[in-house]
Design a protein around this ligand. Structure first.
Ligand SMILES: N[C@@H](CCC(=O)N[C@@H](CS)C(=O)NCC(=O)O)C(=O)O
Length: 209
């Protein structure tokens, strides 16, 4: 298999954390998003949506989308489980992962993509041009704060995002918190539960990727 990555981007980082937790080694190809390599004819054949990550299978098929890639790998390498151990735990992981993506990751992407100087007319990832809307950047920052408050409440009674076990949902949330820090979006001052959780997940060896 081959993993198409970009070492500075948060979406493929979620897959890198997953691979590290599972100790899975896959040949990795860096796609230079900064220079627009994702729009090259070669990469469009790999993923017409022009985004990373992508997993190339041994039979030449391609899987894109972080969740699809990690669930595929989970079936091949079930131990240690990253999507829970029971149907209820799996549902909790997928539920919380969806909340993290929709309310955290996409809010942060709105904040970033609608304000970054290098992303004029690239306010959404993909091959089609979309203009930046400054109000969406503002709204994105406010939504990230609301998201942080939501997960702080969840973490008040749960050790990890989806319950009392580490999972894929923690990887997604860690990518949001770290990218928010890079955007200088601070955690709410009294978010003590996130601070406690962050110390434990950012301290895992997998977070260094
Ligand atoms: N829904 C996709 C999102 C992938 C995505 O947005 N990747 C970004 C990097 S974080 C990308 O490749 N952006 C290319 C660009 O901005 O042109 C997934 O879950 O894999």
């Amino acid at each position: 298999m081959k993993f198409y990555d970009c070492k500075t981007a948060p979406s493929p980082r979620r897959v890198r954390i997953y691979l590290a937790e599972k100790d899975i080694q896959i040949e990795t190809v860096q796609v230079d998003l900064g220079s627009g390599e994702q729009f090259s004819p070669q990469f469009r054949r790999i993923n017409p949506d022009c985004v990373v990550p992508v997993l190339e299978l041994d039979d030449g098929r391609y899987i894109s989308e972080v969740l699809a890639i990690c669930l595929y790998l989970e079936d091949l390498h079930p131990q240690p489980p990253m999507f829970g151990r029971t149907p209820e735990e799996r549902a909790a992981v997928l539920m919380w992962n969806a909340k993290v993506e929709q309310q955290g990751l996409w809010a942060m992407a709105d904040a970033f993509r609608n304000s970054a100087k290098g992303l004029v007319d690239k306010a959404l990832p993909g091959p089609d041009p979309y203009p930046q809307i400054p109000e969406l950047a503002e709204r994105g920052r406010a939504r990230v704060q609301a998201f942080f408050n939501k997960i702080d409440t969840q973490l008040a009674t749960n050790q990890f995002i989806a319950g009392d076990f580490y999972s894929f949902a923690d990887m997604s949330a860690l990518a949001v918190v770290d990218f928010a820090g890079w955007l200088k979006i601070a955690l709410p001052e009294n978010a003590n539960n996130i601070a406690r959780w962050y110390e434990s997940v950012a301290g895992r060896a997998s977070a260094a990727v």
